[in-house]
Design a protein around this ligand. Structure first.
Ligand SMILES: Cc1cc2nc3c(=O)[nH]c(=O)nc-3n(C[C@H](O)[C@H](O)[C@H](O)COP(=O)(O)OP(=O)(O)OC[C@H]3O[C@@H](n4cnc5c(N)ncnc54)[C@H](O)[C@@H]3O)c2cc1C
Length: 481
């Protein structure tokens, strides 16, 4: 039987990101993926939100994605939020996966393709992972990144709590003769019909009259729905693909069962309004990656993994709540039209727009790490720093996914040697303001401890007795020199 430290079931956006994070920490990881190649035959995510671009920037790979897509203000205008990436990136999921898979390949992560994880059993020391075709793998931990129908979640017996679908949408890419473009709200057709970049086929999203589940719709179904909603099928033909999604909204009751963890769609599914699914999955992976690496590498106890559920479940719950509200808001009747108009009015005001924009873009995430400096549990801003080696910025310091103790005061006030094998100690100077999304300007600390995922584990003065405690809690005990 083949042994690995970690087996990841599913090499979609979440599984790939997690594999990259583990590989950066030198963990022996393997992905098991059902698909023969990374190709996707339908359209899914249309892009990245700001915080996802930031986490890619923290690894030094944001430019690969930025140069392949187009930046724009998407669901909400976030142009005035304090981040280098104060925009969304229009980039189809197939391109996102291709580029991310390229990075994972550079990091030499093996991918076992055309195999499915079909089940597992776990004991005190590890997990036996069963694969289609009769093979099996032994791992210390198994992570289910195997999408909404996750076999890992089902085998673990984790409840998937939430709402059954009430509406389904047909989504397709096909040739059409001059269709009516844009969004349409009468009846149940919500559109939009749009032309694929470069004058290619048209993309259409149509609400279906009844909830349809199971098999993919056919060209005939697409024709019928177009005729019903528009009075014509616009000569629809030659579909590249036709697919369907629903407003099913569910979240795993627990993101962990012993040595088995869930991330991405395996842990939460909701309709695509707001465009958060892939983004949250990638950020789940970045939260879990360094913690799992430290546990596997023996620097932290297994209990560190409990913080993954504690931190990421509330983020998923918020996305679930937002998409439920969006689906309700899309109900095509006069009262809901009045509600839509009221919301539009509210969101035209700066404060509601900034708050909702910060939530959708992931910039306002605040992990509850207790009382302390305003930065605690929030994303570390990408400050421009001066160091003895020249100018740098905070995100550059995070490229190798190691924690950073950033000292902005006088050098030499703290003996970081007992953690120096795990934590980078950086002396730097920063003169500007500290501005956080939603909170606004906060007092700058003299030092800050940044986790590999870019969230602040401690902020204050280097003489603060909390600092050694925070270092031990997050990155393991002090070691003799
Ligand atoms: C129409 C539509 C539009 C969307 N728009 C957006 C958007 O604009 N923004 C956004 O952020 N999100 C959007 N999403 C959601 C986004 O597509 C998902 O959230 C994202 O794909 C989740 O990534 P994942 O890696 O967690 O799961 P998946 O992408 O589902 O990947 C799971 C992987 O696991 C593999 N797999 C499954 N079972 C097994 C098994 N047993 N063994 C081995 N491999 C297995 C699958 O082949 C797949 O590669 C949209 C979704 C849809 C349907």
């Amino acid at each position: 039987m083949n042994e690995h430290a970690v087996v990841i079931a599913g090499g979609g956006p979440t599984g790939l990101m997690l594999a990259g994070e583990l590989a950066l920490a030198h963990v022996d990881v393997v992905i098991v993926e059902r698909r023969a190649t990374q190709e996707l035959d339908d359209s899914r995510s249309g892009g990245l939100h700001s915080r996802t671009i930031e986490v890619l920037d923290q690894r030094g790979i944001a430019d690969r994605f930025l140069s392949a897509g187009q930046t724009a203000q998407v669901v909400m205008d976030i142009g005035d939020l304090p981040t280098r990436h104060n925009y969304g990136l229009a980039l189809w999921q197939r391109d996102f996966e291709r580029i991310l898979a390229g990075w994972v390949e550079e990091l030499a992560v093996p991918i076992v393709r055309e195999r499915e994880v079909t089940g597992f059993t776990q004991d005190d020391t590890g997990v036996d992972v069963e694969l289609s075709g009769g093979a099996s793998l032994r791992a210390q931990y198994l992570v289910g990144c195997d999408g909404g129908r996750s076999v890992v979640r089902k085998t673990a017996g984790i409840d998937f709590v939430g709402l059954d679908p009430t509406t389904s949408w047909m989504i397709a890419e096909a040739e059409m003769d001059e269709p009516e473009l844009g969004l349409r709200r009468e009846g149940v057709a919500i559109g939009p019909v749009n032309r694929v970049e470069g004058g290619g086929p048209y993309r259409v999203v149509l609400a279906e009259r009844h909830v349809e589940l199971g098999t993919d719709p056919t060209l005939e179904d697409l024709r019928e729905t177009l005729v019903r909603e528009y009075g014509t099928d616009f000569g629809v033909r030659s579909p590249t693909w036709i697919s369907r999604f629903t407003d099913m909204t569910r979240q795993a009751a627990s993101y962990r069962a012993g040595r088995v963890l869930l991330a991405g769609d395996a842990a939460h599914v909701h309709p695509p309004q707001g465009g958060q699914g892939l983004n949250i999955g990638v950020q789940d992976a970045v939260n879990l990656g360094w913690k799992l690496a430290q546990v596997v590498n023996g620097t932290s106890p297994d209990s560190l993994l409990d913080t993954y559920h504690a931190e990421r479940h509330p983020v998923g719950a918020r996305a679930v709540r937002y998409t439920m509200a969006r689906v309700a808001l899309d109900t095509p009747d006069e009262r809901h039209q009045a509600l839509r108009d009221t919301m539009t009015e509210l969101l035209s005001m700066d404060e509601p727009r900034r708050r909702t924009g910060a939530m959708l873009s992931g910039l306002d995430v605040h992990y509850d790490l207790g009382e302390g400096h305003a930065l605690l549990g929030r994303r570390m801003p990408d400050l421009d720093l001066r160091t003895a080696d020249g100018p740098t910025r905070v995100f550059d310091l995070l490229h190798d996914a190691r924690p950073v103790l950033l000292n902005l005061g006088d050098p030499g006030d703290f003996d970081g040697a007992p953690w120096a094998d795990r934590v980078s100690l950086v002396d730097a100077a920063y003169e500007g303001a500290w501005e956080l999304p939603v909170l606004g300007e906060v007092a700058g600390p003299r030092a800050v401890l940044v986790r590999p995922d870019g969230y602040v584990a401690w902020a204050g003065d280097l003489t603060d007795p909390e600092l050694p405690r925070a270092l031990t809690t997050w990155f393991g005990s002090a070691r003799e020199g």
